[in-house]
Design a protein around this ligand. Structure first.
Ligand code: HEC
Ligand code: HEC
Ligand code: HEC
Ligand code: HEC
Ligand code: HEC
Ligand code: HEC
Ligand code: HEC
Length: 376
């Protein structure tokens, strides 16, 4: 043992020395600081003439870049613009005039793979190229997991498609498009869940979960054991109701609003037409697999998101429902009755379960949608 320890010492010193040398050697070429790029690209007047006489702006808003998910995770200019390995200030432009376009998939391989199987990639065969940045942008990429279905859609699908002129077969389009994310139907391999948001019954608006915790005088860490009394990691229907009761005692009157959305995962990119979901029964049945995962949505102050698992029975609690619709098995009649009757039938059938997801009267939802549309 002792001998071994003696033997190691000189080795460690040599090792340290070598690492230090290596570090010193690589530092200058590794790190081109963002500031160096911003010396030029921070100037809003930095433009260049394109071939057709169009001016291209070559500056970026560094303040916005700083808030981007990439900057927050330490991704620098040259991590994306990776063929700029040095700046040579002997030249007027210190790097090559034409650099290769950024390939997001070098870092987001799984997203790239899923995307390569989507209708959007297939559009390339028709000469249309839809890059990642068509939906995400590039210098100001923000995570979408704290956004509502409609906010997500506004930032992606709705930029190019008008779903109302399509989907002739789908009733209640406004409700479906606002509360069922496009990708739930169009990327059916992507896992999905229902998430429940706090809705303030007095203010008639969504209430920020940070405000809920403040009114309880606690944080999420303190909140969980307060509600999840059996420590199961999931709120049962009983625990859920007791949460509503605790809040009411503090003067916070809440109900819950449900949305059906795709998990924040690479498969969300595998958008298909042929395999898109259209069977009413798949969703509008009490035991629908679409309603398997239910979570309570918390947005944290630091911008991250926490989903707390809740038991599926929670969808049937009073807190999640305004009205009581009896369950039934009349689903086969769906095919027989006309569209006008479908709504009523659905309320009688699936309503047993998802009727409880409908927390707010329809009119209010429309108002909210309009507000959201105005905001974005
Ligand atoms: C001394 C000023 C200066 C600095 C420093 C500088 N650039 Fe540039 N950059 C320019 C100019 C000028 C152009 C336009 C070149 C042209 O006329 O085509 C340009 C063009 C670009 C382009 C577009 C290239 C293309 O192919 O379309 C990118 C991307 C770019 N710079 C990134 C960077 C990054 C990243 C850094 C830091 C590592 C950086 N630049 C540092 C001046 C600068
Ligand atoms: C997440 C990757 C990413 C990061 C980080 C990034 N860029 Fe870019 N940048 C792109 C993409 C994508 C484009 C669009 C052109 C392309 O496809 O290569 C682009 C384009 C540009 C252009 C051309 C003008 C324009 O806006 O289209 C400049 C200049 C530029 N970037 C500079 C920078 C500088 C400076 C930084 C650091 C402050 C930076 N970029 C950080 C991905 C990135
Ligand atoms: C140099 C590596 C790198 C490149 C290139 C890159 N990213 Fe990222 N990206 C990251 C890292 C690291 C994160 C943060 C960690 C995470 O969520 O994966 C991230 C996060 C994201 C997120 C948010 C993920 C979430 O959890 O919500 C999106 C969206 C995203 N990137 C899109 C893009 C797009 C679009 C491009 C191309 C314009 C791109 N990225 C290029 C490294 C990269
Ligand atoms: C047609 C629109 C669209 C295109 C194109 C697109 N995305 Fe996304 N992406 C989304 C949506 C919608 C989400 C989920 C919610 C959100 O983040 O807005 C998402 C989520 C992500 C996430 C976070 C979830 C995860 O997988 O971890 C990353 C990272 C991401 N995209 C990267 C990419 C990359 C890389 C490309 C190009 C290969 C790309 N996206 C192309 C729409 C798109
Ligand atoms: C940048 C614009 C753009 C965005 C954003 C976009 N799409 Fe597309 N989408 C297209 C184009 C272009 C096509 C190809 C149309 C064609 O092949 O004729 C297409 C095709 C489709 C198709 C197949 C339609 C057909 O007739 O083949 C579906 C389904 C689809 N998109 C759904 C979505 C969904 C869901 C989203 C959001 C996740 C989305 N799109 C976001 C531009 C976009
Ligand atoms: C309830 C499931 C469902 C939802 C939600 C849904 N779609 Fe579809 N969509 C389908 C089905 C099934 C088809 C194929 C049948 C058809 O053409 O109507 C389709 C067709 C399409 C087409 C191609 C239409 C054509 O005629 O070529 C586009 C584009 C599209 N959807 C975009 C969207 C967008 C964008 C959203 C979100 C705003 C969305 N869809 C929401 C199920 C859905
Ligand atoms: C991908 C799952 C899914 C599919 C497929 C689907 N729906 Fe729905 N539908 C929902 C959800 C979730 C809601 C509740 C939305 C909300 O209010 O939060 C809903 C709401 C409804 C409503 C009530 C609307 C309102 O304004 O109260 C009716 C009626 C309805 N769907 C009929 C249908 C019919 C008919 C079909 C088949 C043509 C169908 N749905 C297909 C998920 C689906």
């Amino acid at each position: 043992m002792r001998k071994g320890a003696y033997m190691k010492k000189p080795y460690i010193i040599v090792h340290l020395f070598l690492s230090l040398c290596l570090l010193l050697l690589t530092v200058p070429c590794l790190a081109i600081e963002n500031d160096e790029c911003m010396d030029c690209h921070g100037d809003p007047d930095l433009t260049r003439m394109e071939s057709q006489g169009v001016k291209q702006n070559l500056s970026l808003d560094y303040r916005k870049f700083q808030y981007s998910i990439h900057n927050i995770n330490g991704i620098a200019c040259v991590d994306c613009h990776s063929d700029i390995t040095e700046l040579n200030f002997d030249n007027e432009v210190p790097h090559a005039l034409s650099i290769k376009s950024v390939d997001c998939s070098t870092c987001h391989e799984e997203e790239g793979q899923a995307y390569s199987k989507s209708v959007h990639m297939q559009a390339a065969s028709k000469g249309m190229s839809i890059k990642c940045s068509a939906c995400h942008g590039y210098h100001e990429v923000m995570p979408g997991d704290r956004l509502s279905v409609l906010e997500r859609e506004n930032k992606s699908c709705l930029k190019c498609h008008n779903p109302f002129s399509l989907h002739a077969w789908l009733p209640q389009k406004e409700t479906h498009f606002a509360y069922v994310e496009c990708t739930v139907c169009h990327a059916p391999d992507s896992p999905r869940h229902i998430h429940l948001r706090f809705f303030d019954l007095v203010k008639k608006d969504f209430i920020d979960s940070t405000d809920i915790l403040t009114s309880l005088g606690t944080d999420l860490e303190g909140f969980l054991p307060l509600i999840d009394t059996d420590n199961s990691g999931s709120f049962s229907a009983k625990e859920f109701e007791s949460m509503v009761f605790i809040l009411r005692k503090r003067g916070v009157h809440v109900t819950f609003h449900g949305e059906l959305l795709s998990e924040h995962q690479p498969l969300i990119h595998q958008v298909t037409l042929g395999n898109a979901e259209r069977d009413c029964q798949d969703c509008h049945l009490p035991l629908s697999p679409f309603f398997e995962a239910v979570t309570l949505f918390f947005n944290n102050e630091d911008g991250t998101v926490t989903h707390i698992n809740v038991d599926r029975e929670v969808l049937q609690t009073y807190a999640v429902s305004n009205f009581n619709v009896p369950g039934g098995t009349r689903i086969r009649e769906l095919d027989l009755i006309g569209v006008a009757l479908v709504a009523g039938a659905i309320l009688g059938i699936g309503g047993h379960l998802f009727g409880r997801i409908l927390t707010i009267p329809y009119r209010k939802r429309r108002k909210l949608e309009e507000q959201q549309k105005k905001q974005s």
